[in-house]
Design a protein around this ligand. Structure first.
Ligand code: AMP
Length: 401
C-alpha cells in the first residue's frame, strides 16, 4: 500500500482558515485523536506571485513554491486539487471553516447549508475586508465536495455573552437594532488558549482574572474571568483596539470629517487607510513585520517609534483590562509576535510591576511556558495558539451529532 492509499483510508478532517489575501489549511487524522498530518498556506492571493507553503505535522521543514491564483475561488480549487493528488479527497470526511463574523445569530459551529450561505452573504457588509473572500472559499469547497459535511466556526462566538456594558457602543441607540455593537474577534484562538490554560494550569487558574493577548498581524486582547470573555479590544470590525501590522486600531472619530474636508478623503479611502496602510506599516513607512522593525530600530527612528508605540498601547490595554477585571492573575501572550518575540514581551511588561507582573529574563528568552519570575504575583505565560485544531474539533463534533 502506498502512502497516499494509507492516508486516503484514514478519516481526515480539513480545517480552512481564510484571510483577506490568504488561505491557511491543516489536515487532521480523526482516527488518531486529530493528529495533524500537514498544514500550509497560500499567501498573497490576487498577486502574480502567490506563495504556497506547507509542512508535515506541526514542525516539519517548510516546502514552498510560487503560483498564480487571482482570487479565493482559484486558491480553493488549487488546494483541493493538491490535496486530492497527495492524500485523495475521498479520505476527507469533514471540513471546518473559520468565519470571521457571525453577527448576532451565529454563536456556535454551524453546519453549512445553502440557507446558511445566503445568511452569511447578508452579513458581508459587517466585514467587507474578510467575509466575502471567506465565503467564496467556503462556497467552492461546499460545491466541489458534495456530500462532505462542512462546518462554519465563528471568530465572534467566544465573545457572544460578554456583559452588555462591554458590548454597547456609545452611538445613537437606533443603531443597536441594526446590529451595531462590539462583537470582538480572534475567538477561535481565545477558545484554544482557554482550553490549554485549563489543561496546563487547572480550572481554578483558568477561571481567575485572565488577560489573553493575541499579538499577530492582527492583534487583540480579551479580558476573561470565570472562563468567559468579559471584554475585548476589537469591536464591530477587527480594525478596532490595538495598533496592528497594517490596521490602526482605535482612532479619534473626528478624523473622518477632518480628512474628508482637508484631503477630500472618501469613506472607502479612509477604510483602506485604516486597514491596509496604518499600524506598524503606517508609522514606520517601511514594514508591517515586527521582525523587520526590530532589526531596523537602532538606525531608523520611524521603525523605533512603531515598536515603542505598539508596546506602549499593549501595556495600556493590559492596564485597562486589569481595571475592568478588578485585578489580574494570569497574562497570556500568543500570536506571531506574542509567541516569538521575547524583547516585545519584555518591553510590554516593563513598568507593570505595580500590577504584580514581573517577567524573568531567562524564562522569557526560552519562550513557551511560564515566563514570570517565581515571586511575580501575576503568572505570565507564552502559549502557542492553534485555531485550526479548534476548527477541526468543531467539524468532527458536528459529524458525531
Ligand atoms: P500571525 O498573524 O499570528 O501569524 O503573526 C505574524 C507576525 O508575527 C509577523 O508579521 C511578524 O510581525 C510577527 N513575528 C513572527 N516571528 C517574530 C519574531 N521572531 N519576532 C518578532 N515578530 C515576529
Amino acid at each position: 500500500m502506498n502512502a497516499k492509499q494509507q492516508i486516503s483510508d484514514a478519516k481526515l478532517v480539513l480545517a480552512i482558515n481564510g484571510g483577506s489575501s490568504s488561505l491557511k489549511f491543516a489536515l487532521f487524522d480523526k482516527g488518531r485523536s486529530l493528529e495533524r498530518i500537514i498544514s500550509g498556506e497560500i499567501e498573497r492571493i490576487g498577486s502574480t506571485k502567490a506563495k504556497f507553503s506547507y509542512r508535515d505535522g506541526s514542525n516539519g521543514p517548510q516546502k514552498k513554491h510560487y503560483l498564480v491564483v487571482p482570487d479565493h475561488r482559484a486558491a480553493a480549487v488549487f488546494l483541493l486539487h493538491w490535496l486530492d493528488q497527495h492524500f485523495g479527497l475521498r479520505g476527507i470526511i469533514a471540513v471546518g471553516h473559520r468565519i470571521v463574523h457571525g453577527g448576532n445569530r451565529f454563536i456556535e459551529p454551524t453546519l453549512v447549508t445553502s440557507q446558511l450561505l445566503k445568511e452569511l452573504r447578508r452579513l458581508s457588509p459587517f466585514d467587507p475586508e474578510h467575509l466575502p473572500s471567506e465565503l467564496t472559499a467556503l462556497e467552492t469547497f461546499h460545491r466541489q465536495m458534495p456530500g462532505v459535511p462542512q462546518t462554519a466556526c465563528f471568530d465572534t462566538a467566544f465573545h457572544y455573552a460578554m456583559p452588555r456594558v462591554a458590548q454597547i457602543l456609545p452611538l445613537p441607540r437606533r443603531l443597536q437594532a441594526r446590529g451595531v455593537r462590539r462583537y470582538g474577534f480572534h475567538g477561535l484562538s481565545y477558545e484554544y488558549l482557554m482550553e490549554e490554560l485549563t489543561r496546563v494550569a487547572g480550572r481554578k487558574a483558568a477561571h481567575s482574572r485572565v488577560v489573553l493577548a493575541h499579538l499577530g498581524n492582527g492583534a487583540s486582547m480579551a479580558a476573561v474571568s470565570g472562563g468567559k470573555s468579559q471584554d475585548t479590544s476589537m469591536g464591530f470590525t477587527p480594525a478596532a483596539g490595538l495598533p496592528m501590522s497594517t490596521r490602526s486600531g482605535d482612532l479619534d472619530p473626528g478624523l473622518i470629517w477632518y480628512l474628508a474636508r482637508t484631503e477630500k478623503m472618501l469613506p472607502h479611502q479612509f477604510n483602506k487607510m485604516v486597514n491596509e496602510q496604518s499600524g506598524l506599516l503606517g508609522i514606520s513607512e517601511t514594514s508591517s513585520d515586527m521582525r523587520d522593525l526590530l532589526a531596523r530600530e537602532t538606525k531608523d527612528v520611524r521603525a523605533a517609534e512603531a515598536v515603542v508605540h505598539f508596546c506602549y498601547q499593549a501595556r495600556k490595554w493590559i492596564g485597562a483590562y486589569a481595571a475592568a477585571l478588578g485585578g489580574l492573575d494570569t497574562l497570556v501572550f500568543s500570536g506571531g509576535i506574542g509567541e516569538n518575540s521575547p524583547v516585545i514581551r519584555e518591553r510590554i511588561c516593563e513598568d507593570l510591576e505595580f500590577l504584580g507582573v514581573k517577567v524573568n529574563k531567562a524564562r522569557n528568552s526560552r519562550g513557551p511556558g511560564i515566563i514570570s519570575a517565581r515571586n511575580s504575583r501575576v503568572t505570565v505565560r507564552v502559549m502557542r495558539t492553534d485555531e485550526e485544531v479548534v476548527i477541526a474539533r468543531a467539524a468532527s463534533l458536528l459529524l458525531k451529532k
